[in-house]
Write a protein that binds this ligand. Structure first.
Ligand code: SF4
Length: 219
């Protein structure tokens, strides 16, 4: 929602959710830095929300991404996220305690909109931004996304943007091919992952982004 607002204000934006993409711009495409979204990543933003509600909470981000380990060292993120674990590390923790997930009772892990749920795969961020523009009833702005699947596509898009030949106004930058579902800390790197994430997204039904935020605020 916030990134969609920023996009409309600035007219051209590069996304901020992938720390490897952000670091790539900072190191190798410095003259594009002014276009980088100033919104924090979803990890940092949710960590901030949790700390506002529970100041003594320890926030642990568990995900597929090793770059998140360096993201939490950034001064603007450090106050909100205490630790980052990868899925591989979590699995090692389970193994060390002889915990077998398939033997445990399943519980519903809900609350997010379908747009929040599919963020993990390439294109999910753009779908969320498009929906956020709709939900905010933005008129007169034409979203022209460039979805970059892997760091090579990110590099090419940034170069085109620098030379004025991109033909888009929003760069979704995902350093891993396929998006976070292929992050280095994933346990599986299967072609089925995208379908599984989409299925999980559909299981949210027609819950919108604003609805999901409202539900969280009321909890
Ligand atoms: S695309 Fe890869 S590097 Fe970027 S946030 Fe996802 S897992 Fe991390």
């Amino acid at each position: 929602m916030e990134e969609a607002k920023e996009l409309v204000e600035k007219g051209f934006l590069t996304s901020s959710c992938c720390p490897a993409f952000v670091k790539y711009i900072e190191k190798h495409q410095k003259d594009m830095l002014e276009h980088k979204s100033h919104n924090m990543s979803p990890m940092a933003y949710l960590g901030k929300k949790i700390k506002e509600r529970e100041p003594n909470a320890k926030v642990v981000f568990i995900g597929p991404c090793v770059a998140k380990k360096s993201e939490i060292l950034r001064p603007e993120v450090r106050p909100y996220v205490d630790y980052v674990l990868t899925f591989e590390e979590l699995q090692a923790l389970y193994d060390s305690r002889d915990i077998i997930l398939s033997e445990l009772e399943e519980v519903e892990f809900g609350g997010a909109s379908g747009f929040g749920r599919v963020f993990a795969r390439s294109g999910g961020l753009t779908e969320a931004v498009r929906r956020a523009l709709d939900e905010q009833e933005v008129v007169g702005f034409d979203l022209k996304p460039i979805m970059c699947d892997g760091i090579e596509e990110c590099r090419a898009a940034l170069l085109k943007a620098r030379h004025g030949s991109l033909g888009g106004n929003f760069i979704e930058g995902m350093a891993c091919v396929g998006g976070c579902i292929n992050g280095a800390g994933c346990i599986t790197h299967s072609p089925r992952s995208r379908g599984e994430v989409d299925k999980y997204g559909r299981s949210a039904g027609d819950l919108g982004i604003k609805d999901a935020i409202d539900q969280w605020e009321k909890k």
